[in-house]
Design a binder for this molecule. Structure first.
Ligand code: PLP
Length: 452
């Protein structure tokens, strides 16, 4: 950091402060982790300086032989680790991976048959009139994904997101009683809506998905099954999710981030069957800018780590620890969305404490417990204030926490929330943001977590 300090001391200071903040708090954000020193070091190299638009062996710049090696190794590890027919290591993030997947599905399902129909080789060979018709066909496609408040991601067709504008979209939710995914309801929605793409995957659903069933539904309506495993890729890599719960053998296209439970650098990956490979491979430059070669190198290192037997132990511990955390909440009378967990996420409904998610998130942060607020199904407080807090076990499992520590965390969280009260706004009504934490709770909680 002294090198950075000599150029921009504020950046060196913020970097140091981030380290001490991460050390001094309990990181329970479900999408975060601690990447290994090997992964972090791999990102800080001169590979960053190289432009390499295009794909392996087919670049728009000269001198890409080393980037070709990097991308080849990253893709090879991804294919081997996940048992995928094809892997694309370039996406800069999870959202970029989803955009590449959407584009590739449109290219494979709409563009290529249209070119064959018009009898031309490429899109530039179309007449203005045919191009206009094709453009309209692109804009008329449908996507069906899990709703945001049931745990889906905003790129799964949420209206304000580009995915909601690219596609006519509809969403499926969860059963109002059990809060579990209702496959019959998904089937009914798919049969009625006839989507081009059926999207499965989540950011805040604390349960596993049966991807064999999702594929069956997709096949019934002629949809492409796209699974976004950004959150649970580590559990797939670590063989905790196998058989019907492993998306790779069932989906046509699978997207993921590399930095959540997979414990790599910030970035994305796309896996696909052979039939979609050619379209995905054109992600750059059709959707993405030049690849971040240093990050692809770090993805290769992280994927190599995930292929080691220790990673399977880690992934199993992530899932076991989530169960301990959930159990810890339930035995202390707290309410969980779906009543528990069988992945790495625990979604606590904080309305029982008389708090909004925003108030609970802030009070927990004061006490050194870093989480994020999250909607619960049919949330009366909307997506900003929310009624839930999402917890995840990947990061603290990396730090070596086990069942006893996660039970203690449940105790600390419940203690903090019980001693937090909403405060009235200036108008006198209870607000959704302001809160007050009883004296001494923050310091006592920080001291207790330092012992963990
Ligand atoms: N997909 C899912 C399911 C996610 O949970 C997230 C991140 O929260 C993303 C995609 C987006 O990932 P990124 O922030 O890397 O673009």
């Amino acid at each position: 950091l002294s090198v950075i300090e000599s150029v921009e001391p504020r950046i060196a200071a913020a970097t140091r402060a981030e380290l001490s903040d991460q050390r001094a708090s309990l990181k329970l954000i479900a999408s975060e982790n601690y990447a290994s020193p090997a992964v972090l070091l791999t990102m800080g190299t001169w590979l960053s300086d190289k432009y390499a638009e295009g794909t392996i062996g087919h670049r728009f710049y000269a001198g890409c032989q080393n980037v070709d090696t990097v991308e080849t190794v990253a893709a090879e590890h991804a294919r081997e680790l996940f048992g995928a027919e094809y892997a694309y290591a370039q996406p800069h993030s999870g959202i970029d991976a989803n955009l590449v997947a959407f584009w590739a599905i449109l290219a494979h399902r709409i563009e290529q048959p249209a070119l064959a129909e018009y009898g031309v080789k490429g899109i530039n060979d179309l007449s203005e009139e045919d191009w206009e018709t094709l453009r309209q066909r692109f804009g008329n496609q449908r996507a069906l994904g899990m709703s945001l408040d049931a745990g889906g991601h905003l790129t799964h067709g949420f209206r304000p997101n580009i995915s909601g504008k690219m596609f006519h979209q509809r969403s499926y939710g969860t059963d109002p009683e059990t809060q579990l995914l209702d496959y019959d309801a998904v089937r009914r929605a798919a049969q009625e809506f006839k989507p081009l793409i059926l999207i499965a995957g989540y950011s805040a659903y604390p349960r596993r998905i049966n991807f064999a069933k999702m594929r069956e539904i997709a096949d019934e309506v002629g949809a492409t099954l796209m699974v976004d495993m950004a959150h649970f890729a580590g559990l797939v890599a670590g063989k905790v999710f196998t058989g019907d719960e492993d998306p790779v053998p069932h989906a046509h296209v699978v997207t993921t981030t590399t930095h959540k439970s997979l414990r790599g650098p910030r970035g994305g990956l796309v896996l696909a069957t052979k039939e979609y490979a050619g379209s995905v491979d054109r992600g750059c430059p059709m959707v993405l800018g030049g690849p971040l070669s240093h990050v692809m190198a770090a993805k290769a290192v992280a994927l190599a780590e995930a292929r080691r037997p220790e990673f399977q132990t880690y992934a199993q511990n992530v899932a076991d620890n989530a169960k301990s955390l959930a159990e810890g909440f339930l035995t202390r009378g707290a309410r969980l969305v779906t009543g528990g967990t069988d992945n790495h996420i625990v979604l606590l409904d904080v309305s029982g404490f008389g708090l909004t998610g925003r108030q609970a998130e802030s009070a927990l942060l004061d006490a050194g417990i870093v989480t994020n607020r999250n909607s619960v199904p049919n949330d009366p407080n909307g997506a900003w204030y929310t009624s839930g807090i999402r917890f995840g076990t990947p990061a603290l499992t990396t730090r070596g926490f086990g069942a006893a520590e996660f039970d203690r965390i449940a105790e600390l969280v419940v203690d903090v929330l019980k001693q937090t009260t909403p405060t009235a706004t200036a108008a006198g009504a209870p607000g959704k943001a302001k809160y007050s934490l009883a004296d001494g709770v923050a310091d006592a909680t920080k001291a207790a977590s330092a012992e963990l």
